[in-house]
Design a binder for this molecule. Structure first.
Ligand code: PLP
Length: 389
């Protein structure tokens, strides 16, 4: 008898992380989902197949990842894409020329670039608002608004959006709520439980966790929306390869082991930085000094490893960056290794300077992605790097 993990069974997060979406491979019973390196599937006869026709539409390795992350987010359907941006681009194909989208003003830099420089050319219109205040979302909505799109915590300013309030506002206007959950991962925050209609991730970050692939994934509950997104996925084809899917799936199996360590290291380092530089210079939702700490606690069960620090000038930022040895200077986040970056010239370089300044993404800001190394070693590295400021 084939053992199949019963996804309807009430199980804990760790059990789901390890088992959900996985089925023993039928030929030999391999415990691990194979990397199905195939472009097509042999058909038994005309119109007769095992549910797989061509690998753009479906691949068993990709499917295992989709079912696994869907189970972690508490959603029914998952769709994996070749990158976080490819995922958002495909989601946007659910909408048509003339539709309006309300977005957070402090989204990941690439979202602004995609919407402002590309999708605007296809007749979609966007309003950028401060999603810390649900009233601002409501005020920006029009009869044409089809989607409210928020990120929480935001990158790199760590602003929090009240998910339940945002869902209420969106639904009152007959719009959907889409949430970028990349920074928290489903281990610390599950937006569908707060009323969001769709969640997406850059799987490149915490879900994969080992900085060795690029990918995206969307999770949702509504069956009709799922049919439409599967159609777009197959029609537009921004799908991940089976090996990248397999790497992400290997990553999610240890999400529940990695996240508490990212969180513990993040809290300790944020506390150290706040003491060293002053509370107002350190932005981390886990610090009591964070203006939305109380709200963050109601929808996040931990705060992870992302910390932003204001150093005042680009020169100081540069000095600190260049003195780090364990924290590597690089874009991206969420891997086991610690990274440090300069948002103004790296992740948010595509946002023009006037907008960046207005948002508060200054030239003196650096962003840390605390990995899962020994925290004493990370602190010693920062001690050395911050010696100059
Ligand atoms: C990296 C990132 C993205 C984009 O994902 P890619 O996999 O790089 O295309 C989107 N949102 C957030 C919050 C990210 O950190």
């Amino acid at each position: 008898m084939t053992r199949v993990f019963d996804e309807d069974l009430e199980t804990g997060f760790a059990t789901r992380a390890i088992h959900a979406g996985q089925r023993p491979e039928p030929l030999a019973g391999a415990i691990m989902t194979p990397v199905y390196l195939t472009s097509t599937y042999v058909q038994e006869g005309l119109g007769q197949n095992k549910g797989y026709e061509y690998a753009r539409g479906k691949n068993p390795t990709r499917e295992a990842l989709e079912r696994n992350v869907a189970a972690l987010e508490g959603g029914r359907h998952g769709f994996a894409f070749s990158s976080g941006m490819g995922c958002v681009d495909s989601i946007m194909k659910l909408f048509s020329s003339g539709d309006h989208i309300v977005c957070g003003e402090n989204m990941y830099g690439g979202i602004f670039r995609l919407f402002d420089k590309l999708l605007g050319n296809y007749g979609l219109t966007f309003s950028w608002v401060d999603t810390r205040d649900p009233q601002r979302i409501a005020d920006a909505m029009t009869a044409k608004t089809k989607l409210v799109f928020v990120e929480t915590p935001t990158n790199p300013l760590m602003r929090i959006c009240d998910l339940r309030a945002a869902a209420d506002v969106a639904h009152r206007g007959n719009a959907l709520l889409l949430v970028d959950n990349t920074f928290s991962s489903p281990y610390f925050q599950r937006p569908l439980e707060f009323g969001a209609d769709m969640v997406y991730h850059s799987t490149t970050k915490y879900l994969n966790g080992h900085s060795d692939m690029i990918g995206g994934i969307a999770i949702l509950n509504d069956d009709d929306l799922a049919v439409r997104l599967q159609f777009i996925l197959n029609a537009a084809g921004a799908v991940p390869g089976p090996f990248d899917s397999w790497l992400a799936l290997r990553g999610t199996k240890t999400l529940h082991l990695r996240m508490p360590r990212h969180d513990a290291n993040g809290r300790q380092i944020a506390g150290w930085l706040a003491e060293r530089l002053g509370e107002d210079k350190v932005i981390y939702p886990g610090l009591e000094s964070h203006p939305q700490h109380a709200l963050a606690k109601t929808q996040m069960s931990g705060f992870g490893g992302m910390i932003s620090v204001e150093l005042g000038t680009k020169e100081k930022a540069n000095e600190v960056l260049s003195r780090c040895r364990l924290f590597s200077l690089a874009e991206s986040l969420g891997g086991v290794e610690s990274l440090i970056s300069h948002p103004a010239s790296m992740t948010h370089a595509s946002v023009d300077i006037a907008r960046r300044t207005q948002l508060g993404i200054t030239e003196g800001m650096i962003r840390l992605s605390c990995g899962v190394e020994d925290v004493g070693d990370l602190l010693a590295d920062l001690e050395h790097a911050f010696h100059v400021v």
